[in-house]
Design a protein around this ligand. Structure first.
Ligand code: ZN
Length: 323
């Protein structure tokens, strides 16, 4: 009987997409979040960030059947939809915010340009546009481009185009390509960002009501692709930034994309030196007593009821990349 086992659930978009201009965004509808909270409250004790930190640092046991709710990317959905639902039930969640996205003058993160371009254009048109742009600026071919550009634009094609843009293209080239496509097809990215993300006033209001905030880097770049000095610049200021906005004593962290291949030993060192309390990845299993505090695993909302009949059986760890 372990006193540190915890089901840590990961959420991203929570919205009724049929009521938006982007019905193909992969989102959890609010009524399914409500059903999932019903299920969690029936089978688990939903704990808050402080209880998780105390357990992960060995200071206090968790209640039996503990669960923690985490929400990534600082989306306005978390204020409009999640916050009222949690507050009505007396629950608390942990929300991960990137500094560029939740600044007073927010910038649209590349990961979200990809999501909305994919939803707007479809995988094939988006993929072909990216490939044409790569040709136009004379980029050398890398792994995913070899498997793209043929006639396969199924789920494999979607994964390949996401992989190309996020894991393979040089950051400056990806930014240029995504900026051009976004401006050409959807519009002004700065205006879009102001509608997409939590504003500082929303964060302060949620924090005052007991919600916890964690850092999710400054720019949401994949840390494993950065030098140690660049990683330092992404992580170093996060604790002070979130403390300044929320008054929290402790600040946790969540890796962009989140698979174990998306960060390095340098990342773990910088997290420790910067004073983060704990960090979450996306290894798809329950937190166990032996997990070290900067690699806490999480299970995606879609791997739990009402999407599935039950939670996944304990299985060898594997990574579920952020959508
Ligand atoms: Zn993210």
């Amino acid at each position: 009987m372990s006193d540190r086992t915890c089901l840590i659930v990961m959420y991203h978009y929570v919205r009724d997409t049929t009521a938006t201009s982007f019905p193909d965004i992969r989102a959890l509808p609010p009524q399914l979040l409500a059903q999932q909270l019903d299920w969690l409250q029936q089978h688990y004790t939903v704990i808050d960030q402080a209880a998780l930190e105390a357990a992960a640092c060995g200071h206090a046991p968790l209640p039996p059947d503990a669960a923690l709710l985490t929400f990534d990317d600082g989306l306005v959905d978390h204020y409009r939809t999640v916050f009222p639902l949690l507050r009505a039930r007396g629950l608390r969640g942990t929300f991960f915010i990137a500094e560029d996205a939740c600044a007073p003058a927010p910038r649209l993160l590349a990961v979200h340009k990809v999501h909305f371009l994919l939803a707007y254009l479809g995988a094939e048109a988006f993929g072909r546009a990216v490939l044409r742009a790569c040709e136009a600026i004379g980029l050398p071919r890398t792994g995913s481009r070899e498997v793209l550009g043929r006639d396969h634009w199924d789920d494999g094609g979607v994964r390949a185009i996401k992989h190309l843009v996020s894991y393979e293209l040089p950051f400056d080239a990806a930014d240029r390509i995504l900026d051009d496509l976004f401006a050409g097809h959807i519009g002004d990215a700065a205006a879009f960002a102001r509608e997409l993300y939590l504003a500082p006033a929303m964060i302060r209001e949620m924090a005052a009501a007991g919600m916890a905030f964690g850092h999710h880097t400054r720019t949401h770049r994949m840390l494993a692709r950065l030098t140690a000095a660049e990683q330092d610049a992404e992580l170093r200021g996060g604790v002070a930034w979130i403390r300044g906005m929320t008054g929290q004593e402790t600040v946790s962290f969540c890796y962009p994309w989140g698979g174990p291949q998306t960060y390095t030993r340098d990342t773990l060192r910088i997290l420790r030196e910067s004073g983060y309390s704990v960090a979450f990845n996306t290894v798809r299993r329950r937190m166990q007593p032996e997990d070290q505090r900067y690699e806490l695993p999480r299970i995606d909302t879609r791997d739990l009821p009402p999407y599935t009949a039950s939670e996944p059986a304990p299985a060898p760890a594997f990574s579920a990349e952020e959508a």
